[in-house]
Design a protein around this ligand. Structure first.
Ligand code: FES
Length: 210
């Protein structure tokens, strides 16, 4: 259930409860009046009051429906929530940057050396201790959100000519955070590792992010 459908559900329930409350109040008032004047055709009046309130409630609900429906994301907006990336053109050691939900995502095809460096780290020495195997689905491919966890700069390290910091991964020049070849914070003010976005392999050479 999307958020807007949840809102719709609660709104409809709210309108129903509101109408029920009003109808109950009206019923009680009419009942009191009927008791005062026994000559009134009370059943008919009760029916008219209740019907008016119910129809009013339905009218409000149907008036609101187009507005609520417009809150659902359009198909093209939903599509932007995920990105498919063809990895076949990325050579060993190369990185590319793609956009996902407005954020840069780094996709790195790691060399054997980079993989071994990422794996042979004493987890006790890490600020945010997560093993490399828990950050990748295939050791050759590292997928990271390219957003420094300190204050959100985009770290350097995507281009071959970029400085990659002391741990040969990425370096954030804003305040000097160094990330290793698994995207883990190793030095500097950033509190956490670079985040891993949700993704899955559709085939050996295509991933879907989001
Ligand atoms: S934003 Fe990256 S180190 Fe401060």
């Amino acid at each position: 259930m999307t958020i807007s459908y949840s809102i719709l559900f609660f709104l409809v329930v709210g309108i129903f409860l509101f109408c029920y409350f009003i109808a109950t109040r009206v019923w009680i008032k009419v009942d009191e009046k009927n008791k005062e004047s026994e000559n009134q055709p009370k059943n008919r009046r009760d029916f008219l009051y209740i019907s008016s309130v119910s129809i009013g409630g339905l009218g409000v609900a149907s008036f609101m429906w187009p507005f609520i429906k417009s809150m659902n994301p359009a198909e093209d907006t939903l599509a932007l929530g995920s990105t498919e990336v063809d990895l076949s053109e990325i050579s060993v050691g190369q990185s590319i940057t793609v956009k996902w939900r407005g954020k840069p995502v780094f996709i790195k095809r790691r060399t054997e050396e980079e993989i071994l460096e990422a794996q042979n780290v004493d987890l006790g020495s890490l600020r945010d201790p997560i093993a490399d195997k828990d950050r990748v689905q295939n050791p050759e491919w590292l997928v990271l959100e390219g957003v420094c966890t300190h204050l959100g700069c985009v770290p350097l390290g995507q281009k071959m000519s970029d400085t990659k910091g002391e741990f040969k991964g990425w370096f954030c020049p804003c305040h000097g955070s160094h990330y290793d070849t698994s995207g883990r914070i190793r030095k500097g003010p950033a509190p956490e590792n670079l985040a891993i976005p949700p993704y899955r392999f559709l085939s050996d050479t295509v991933i879907k992010i989001g």
